[in-house]
Design a protein around this ligand. Sequence first.
Ligand SMILES: NC(=O)c1ccc[n+]([C@@H]2O[C@H](COP(=O)([O-])OP(=O)(O)OC[C@H]3O[C@@H](n4cnc5c(N)ncnc54)[C@H](O)[C@@H]3O)[C@@H](O)[C@H]2O)c1
Length: 468
Amino acid sequence: MHILFFSRFFFFFVFLTIILSSKGFASDARCYKIGVIGTGYVGLVLGTCLAEIGHTVTCCDLDTRKIDSLNNGLIPIYEHGLEELVIKNLHDNRLFFTTEVAEAIQSNDIIFITVGTPESLNGEANLDFVFDTARTIGKNLKNPKTIFVKSTVPMGTVQKIKEIITNHNHFNTPFEIGYAPEFLREGSSVNDFMNPDRVVVGAENPDTASLFKKIVAPILKKGAKFLSTSIASAEMIKYAANSFLSVKISFINEIADFCELVGADVDEVAMGIGLDKRIGAEFLKPGPGFGGSCFPKDTLAFLKAAEKNGTSLHVIQAAVDVNDFRPSKIVDRLETMLGSFDRKKIALLGLAFKEETDDVRASPALKLMEIMVKKGAFIQAYDPIAGTQVQNDSPNFEVKASLIEALAGVDAVLLATPWKEFLEFDWTKARLLTKGDLFFDCRNLLDPVTMNEATFELIQIGKKIDRF
Ligand SMILES: NC(=O)c1ccc[n+]([C@@H]2O[C@H](COP(=O)([O-])OP(=O)(O)OC[C@H]3O[C@@H](n4cnc5c(N)ncnc54)[C@H](O)[C@@H]3O)[C@@H](O)[C@H]2O)c1
C-alpha cells in the first residue's frame, strides 16, 4: 500500500518536473510579484521579459497616455519582438500597466527602478526622477521589500537612494537595496535581455544578490555568466562598459580617417584587428559617431563623476572629443565635394541613431542635418520607422514619407543610418530620381560595385580618396 502510494507520488513529481523544464523554468524557479517604476525603453522591456519568464509584473509610469496605450496593446516604442510579448503577457494576466505608482509599490514584493537619468545642463546625470521615485517608495513602504535600481546612476547614488527611502520610511519597514545595471541595446533589447552575456548585481547583503539570481534564473540557465559585486563596483561597471564601447567607436573612426590618407581600407583593417580575441570584432565599424540615449550622456556623466572625485579620465575625454567633431567632419567633406551647400538639396537617409529602433535621442543623423541646414542646404529626410519622432521646426528640413520622395531632385545623398531597406533598394532606378550623382554612405553599408553600376559616385568612410 505504502509502496504504491510513494511510487505514484514519485511519478507525479517526475511528471511535474518535466512539465516545468519544458516551459523553460528551472525546477527551483520561483515566480515573484514585481513592480517596475518607469515604463520607458528599459522598464517596458524589463517588465515584459520578467513576465515572459513567469513573474507577475506591474509596470507603472506617470505618463497617462503611455499607460493607456499599453493597456490597449499599443506599444509606444519600436522594438523587435516586443509587441507580441506585451500582448501575450497581458492576455496571460502576468503583465499589468498602471499610473498608480503608490499602489504598485505597496502591492509588490520586489521593486525595480527604471526611470530616466537624462543629461543635465552641466553634463552630470540628472537624478531628479530617481530621487522622486525613492521618496515615493519610502512613503509607501508598508511591508518588507527588495528594491533593485536599474537606471544608470553615478557611483554613490544607490547609497543616496537608500538614505532617501529611509528618511521617508515612517513605518520603519525593513527593506533591502541592490543595483542591477542594464546592458540591453535598443533595436535588439528583447533578445539581449533573454540572452545576455552576463548579469551583474551589486548588493550589500548576499541574500539580495541571491534573490536577484533567483529572479533571473530562467535566463541564467541558458548560460549567461552571473557576477555579484559591491554596489559601487556595479555602478562603475555600467559606466565603464559604455565608455569602453564609446572609446572603441572613436578609435575606429580616427583609424578610418588615417586609412583615407594612406590608401588603406578601414573595413579590412577592422577585420584584421577584430579577429584578435583580445580586441574583438564588435564596435569596430566606422561611422558618423556614437549617439543614442546612452553613450553620449553616460560618457559625459562618467567624466563629471571623475572630476567630482578629483581625477580625470583622459582616454574617455579623448573619445568624447573625437565624437563631438565627427558630424562636422563628415559634413565638411561633403561640402568640399559639392563646392557649397548653398541652395543644395540633400537626401538624408536615416534619422534614428541606429537601425532597428525609432529612438532619435542624440542621433548623429540629426546633428548632420543641423550642420547642413546651417550651411544653407535643404534636407529631404527619410527613415523607415523614426520619421514621426523628429520635430520639424526648420523650413529647410522636411521628413518625407518614402525613400523615393526623399531622393527626388537631390544634388547629393547622405546615408546616416544603416537600415536594411537602404541595402535592399534598387539604386539603379533611384539614380533616375536624383539630380546629382554624389552618394556619401557614412556607414559603409552599400556595395561599391552595385553603386558604381547605378552610376552613383559612392564615397565611404576610411576608403582610398585619390579623387580629392
Ligand atoms: N535606453 C537604453 O538603451 C538604456 C540601456 C541601459 C540603461 N538605460 C538606463 O535606464 C534608465 C531608463 O532609460 P530609458 O531609455 O528607459 O528612459 P525613458 O526616458 O525611455 O523612460 C523613463 C520613464 O520613466 C518615467 N518616469 C519618470 N519619473 C517617474 C516616476 N517618478 N514614476 C514613474 N515613472 C516615471 C517616464 O515617464 C518615462 O516613461 C536610464 O537611466 C538609462 O540611462 C537605458
